[in-house]
Design a protein around this ligand. Structure first.
Ligand SMILES: NC(=O)c1ccc[n+]([C@@H]2O[C@H](COP(=O)([O-])OP(=O)(O)OC[C@H]3O[C@@H](n4cnc5c(N)ncnc54)[C@H](OP(=O)(O)O)[C@@H]3O)[C@@H](O)[C@H]2O)c1
Length: 309
């Protein structure tokens, strides 16, 4: 991928897509094609075919998707499976017909079986039952990986897939009804500090272990794979390190400067006890994350104060 090559970042306004655009621009890539969902609904096959025929991108980062938390996934499973299947099928097929040189498809760690051994290796895919609450989304994402694999096998397309762990970063969702745990905790501690509250209530026991990757590191890893990886198996993207949600809360509390106490609401569910990706494949390819959790959270909190307050 050369700096003048035409690169389409699908989903460029999202958490991942916006980080990809930042990363590509910082590395000198200047020919980036972007469309919002209002300009190009990726569920519309004709519109996607017309767009690829007109723009003829050479490289594609597929970071457009319908995403959401447990609640949204559980309530709207038909929308989650339909939107994601349509988006990825339309883009992958158009990329094939228009001769795109390389495409990177982004999935998610929820594609793995609910009871996969920890840390989760790439080969654990399709080795057991999925978590019921996000099954529709996971089935669509698994299909995306399989599409890349079979278009490579039958048509020789250089389409690759990457599976990121939990991500966080600027442009994240801080809406307490739909956000992931890390931005939700930033918001809760910030609001408590501003309101002079004595306590912040945290869902569950705080014991489950989770892994978090800073989205700018994720973008760097995606560009690295675009430049260096050409095989059919998907690649896990993560740090290979996890921590208890309670420890995460303590880090955020410190970064935000909240001086009250953390109270656990143990009537709320904990979820899976541990979810950690095995990233030895990524490390063996020569990529490792750079941003520590404290550094990443500090940057996100600064951005949150500057833009959301
Ligand atoms: N966030 C995480 O922790 C995480 C973790 C692992 C994997 N991932 C993966 O990374 C990818 C991107 O996630 P994200 O967190 O960046 O999501 P996001 O912030 O919600 O962004 C998704 C983007 O997709 C676009 N989009 C959705 N439906 C579309 C449609 N019908 N037509 C055109 N564009 C559409 C949206 O465009 P508009 O803004 O223009 O509407 C939006 O910018 C997903 O595949 C997800 O599975 C995310």
């Amino acid at each position: 991928m050369n700096t003048t090559d035409k690169i389409y970042v699908a989903g460029h306004r999202g958490l991942v897509g916006s980080a990809l655009v930042r990363d590509l621009r910082s590395k000198g890539f200047s020919n980036i094609v972007e469309r919002t969902s209002a300009q190009l609904d990726l569920r519309n096959q004709q519109a996607v075919n017309d767009f690829f025929a007109a723009e003829k991108p050479e490289y594609v980062f597929l970071a457009a998707a319908k995403v959401g938390g447990i609640n949204a996934n559980n309530t709207y499973p038909a929308q989650f499976i339909y939107d994601n299947l349509m988006i990825e099928t339309n883009i992958i097929h158009a990329a094939y017909t228009q001769g795109v040189k390389k495409l990177l498809f982004l999935g998610s760690s929820c594609i793995y079986p609910k009871l996969a051994p920890q840390p989760i290796k790439e080969e654990h895919l399709l080795s057991g039952y999925l978590e019921e609450t996000n099954e529709a989304y996971a089935i669509a994402k698994i299909t995306g990986i399989e599409l890349c694999k079979f278009y490579r096998r039958q048509y020789g397309c250089n389409f690759i897939s990457a599976m990121p762990t939990n991500l966080y970063g600027i442009n994240d969702n801080f809406d307490l009804n739909t956000s992931h745990v890390l931005p939700a905790l930033i918001r809760k501690f910030h609001d408590a500090k501003v309101q002079g509250a004595k306590q912040v209530v945290m869902w569950g026991t705080g014991k489950p272990l989770r892994e978090f990757l800073y989205v700018d590191d994720l973008a760097d890893a995606c560009v690295f794979l675009m430049q260096n990886y050409n095989d059919e198996q998907h690649v896990n993207l993560g740090t290979g390190e996890d921590l208890a949600i309670r420890e995460l809360a303590n880090i955020i509390k410190k970064v935000v400067g909240f001086e009250g106490e953390i109270v656990n609401d143990t009537t709320q569910p904990d979820g899976t006890p541990r979810k950690l990706m095995d990233v030895s494949k990524l490390h063996n390819l020569g990529w490792k994350h750079k941003t520590t959790l404290v550094e990443g959270i500090a940057t996100v909190y600064e951005w949150y104060i500057d833009t959301k307050q």
